[in-house]
Design a protein around this ligand. Structure first.
Ligand code: AMP
Ligand code: MG
Length: 286
């Protein structure tokens, strides 16, 4: 298995989600065997994100999409939390407000895109406007069907202006979703996450699948690729996503900015300060 290639959706391809596994594990057969690799990747992610921030020239936008209980919150907690909150934040997109609906669908998205040096994680995204909106006929087909091209134009513009993008669909099986719903029911700490919609949306599974197949196929580009991540095993999902993010960031060739001062001169000042401090202390002891 090659994590970087196997889950990448080739631009212009026709996607059949059933052809993508939900329960892949790679060479690891358990969470414990993958744990050290995940830890190593998290450490590297921390270093790379700090460099991106220090460099202050480019940015990274990570989009997370999934059906209910797909694990978006888990990815944020386990993978992305290793980055420093200085220069990295999460933006969640729920049902649009009245004000947002009074603008075009990309208005609220545009305002949330990362600044130079930042990493921004979208928990849901503009893709909802060709997913939930399509499944529930929230706007006419004639409107949503034009959005794929609008999304590609928008993302191309971001890329041309220094924003790198990675888009992850957390792919779980229908059985796994039900298992996670049960876990939520059994655990009072998770009751707040339960919504009636979880069960009604499950009835639309096939329609969502068709929506995702179109969105992912039409909008996976070299600049802003889509990955279909096997997510039944949470640890494998975390391993795959951190591998892909670290790989992209390594390729950016991030460099720390050169010092804005003469380091040798500052070092001399430091030694002078140390010398003074030592003589002050010895003076006190006299
Ligand atoms: P959750 O992520 O579970 O908090 O739920 C957020 C809800 O907002 C989901 O049911 C989404 O489908 C919905 N949502 C997000 N974006 C849109 C949108 N553009 N139009 C309609 N519903 C949306
Ligand atoms: Mg939900």
């Amino acid at each position: 298995m090659n994590i970087l290639k196997d889950f990448l959706v080739a631009p212009g391809s026709k996607v059949h989600l059933k052809a993508f596994k939900t329960d892949a594990c790679g060479k690891h057969d358990s969470k414990s065997s993958a744990r050290s690799k995940i830890k190593q990747l998290q450490k590297r992610l921390d270093v790379l994100q700090f460099r991106l921030y220090a460099e202050g020239r480019r940015s990274l936008l990570i989009c997370l999409q999934a059906l209910d209980a797909g694990g978006k919150d888990g990815v944020i907690r386990h993978v992305l939390a290793s980055m420093s909150p200085q220069g990295c934040h999460v933006v969640g997109f729920k049902q649009p407000s009245a004000e947002e609906l009074d603008h075009d669908f990309l208005w609220r998205i545009e305002r949330a895109t990362p600044k130079r040096g930042e990493v921004v994680i979208f928990n849901r995204s503009h893709y909802e406007d060709v997913l939930v909106v399509r499944v529930h006929d929230l706007v006419p087909k004639q409107v949503w069907s034009q959005r794929y091209e609008q999304i590609n134009d928008f993302e191309r513009r971001l890329a041309a202006n220094g924003t790198h993008m990675l888009k992850f669909f957390l792919h779980i099986s229908k059985d796994e979703q039900l298992k996670r719903f049960k876990k939520r029911l059994d655990d009072p700490e998770r009751h707040w996450k339960i919504s009636e919609a979880d069960y009604t949306e499950r009835e639309y599974w096939d329609a969502y699948e068709a929506g995702y197949e179109d969105a992912i196929g039409k909008c996976s580009t070299n600049d802003a690729p889509w990955y279909v991540i096997p997510s039944d095993h949470k640890w494998f999902r975390d391993l795959a996503i951190s591998t892909i993010i670290v790989d992209l960031m390594e390729k950016l060739g991030l460099e720390l900015p050169p010092p804005g001062v003469d380091i040798d001169a500052i070092r001399r000042k430091y030694h002078q300060a140390v010398g003074r401090s030592v003589s002050e202390h010895s003076g006190k002891n006299d």
